[in-house]
Design a protein around this ligand. Structure first.
Ligand code: 3PY
Ligand code: MG
Length: 260
């Protein structure tokens, strides 16, 4: 099976930088996937893509070097299985609140083979195409499963969530976590309350021998998170990048205080 380069990076202590797609376009996927990111996440929770667009975006990512990941809209066996069967090399699952929810998520990502407890049903249509004929033998160890910690309940259960065997790591949602902590969605990542929560999540993953990833609103935040030792960062998403570059160009053409 074609291996998942993210695991090589994690094992060698090198961080991974991922793109993030909220625009439901195979062309956008192709562009972002060809831009130098180690991975690209198709966001099916808050992004625009439905299942058919997600499949087309995974197809577009196939000819790039970025590892294709999907954030599913919810912790649902059928949705997780369909994303993996369509060729996703990893799943990020939002709003994990407890060890039981984490176990259900982790089991959805794993086949019940080789002593692994799993609920994944067999039928990896595109998985076989992109992964190879031996996909069924290696899928359990090559596909990444990251549980999002972004609620008060999830934070309180984070050590038990991190211990779930089927998971490879935790993924911090700073906006929802900021809301859960009473700070609002735009809290600065160095706000002491949010920073302490993020450190607790990172420590829980570390203690369980797992990785921590995070969505970041800016490249500067992503840089700080890498400096703090997180293994996977996402410096914003396609819609943010597009809007920022449009604003920058319009500001060049229409300066706020033009000299008359
Ligand atoms: C959050 O910050 O809550 C996220 O889910 C990032 O996408
Ligand atoms: Mg969130």
């Amino acid at each position: 099976m074609k291996t998942n380069r993210l695991f090589d990076l994690f094992r060698s202590g090198q961080p991974a930088v991922s793109g993030w797609l909220s625009i439901d376009s195979a062309y956008a996927a192709e562009l972002v996937g060809s831009s130098g990111f180690d991975a690209v996440v198709i966001d099916c929770q808050h992004g625009m893509a439905g299942h058919a667009q997600m499949v087309a975006m995974l197809q577009a990512l196939t000819h790039t070097t970025a590892v294709p990941l999907v954030r599913v809209s919810q912790n649902n066996l059928a949705e997780i299985n369909r994303a993996l069967d369509a060729g996703a090399y990893g799943i990020i699952c939002p709003l994990i609140n407890s060890a039981a929810e984490a176990l259900a998520f982790g089991r959805a990502c794993r086949y019940p083979v080789d002593g692994m407890q799993g609920d994944r049903s067999f039928g990896p249509a595109r998985g076989l195409l992109v992964g190879g004929a031996d996909y069924p033998q290696h899928a359990n160890t090559q596909l990444l499963a990251l549980a999002m910690i972004e609620t008060q309940a999830g934070l309180e259960a984070v050590e038990a969530i991190a211990a779930v065997t089927q998971l490879d790591g935790l993924f911090i949602g700073p906006s929802d976590l900021g809301i859960a902590l009473g700070l609002g969605p735009g809290a600065a990542h160095d706000h002491p309350v949010l920073a302490a929560a993020m450190r607790r999540i990172q420590a829980a993953a570390q203690a369980a021998g797992k990785v921590t990833g995070i969505w970041c609103g800016s490249a500067e935040m992503a840089r700080d998170m890498l400096a703090q030792g997180l293994q996977l960062v996402v410096p914003g998403h396609d819609a943010i990048w597009l809007k920022a570059e449009i604003a920058r160009r319009l500001a060049v053409l229409r300066p706020p205080n033009p000299v008359r």
